[in-house]
Design a protein around this ligand. Sequence first.
Ligand code: DGP
Length: 145
Amino acid sequence: MSLEGNYDPDNIFAKILRGEMPCVRVYEDENTLGFMDVFPQSKGHMLVIHTRDTARNFLDVNPDALAHIMSSVQKLARAAKTALNPDGIIISQYNGAPVGQSVFHLHVHIIPKYKVDLKPHANKGGGMADMDELGALAAQIMAAL
Ligand code: DGP
């Protein structure tokens, strides 16, 4: 998919929002959802999405919705720092399949980075996470919110 196109209501994050697909939730407010990435690039890799705005990418999004998303990203990044003590935290966001976007509901990655361990983006080699491990990490981060 390119930068052009219409929002697909059957994308995987839309299904998560409708409760049609499971996910390990970390943070929710009236506008956003933060949850564990199921193909984590590192311990504590999370995603933040808007729960109502149907932007496919950064270019489409309503600025107010973007502000809500980034506020939650900051909240979760701070919690990840407290809970997991990473050496650094990458905040990233991809626009268009050619640069790596694979889910076309705008999302921001929070990727705690440790000196020893960073896996490739999405499901390109890192493998799917164990849901119990994701749940334990989510609980650690939630305790720091
Ligand atoms: P991107 O490639 O930037 O569009 O990121 C999509 C991310 O979503 C990628 O890191 C893997 C993750 N992902 C894909 N499918 C699922 C899913 O069903 N559940 C969760 N929690 N994450 C998913």
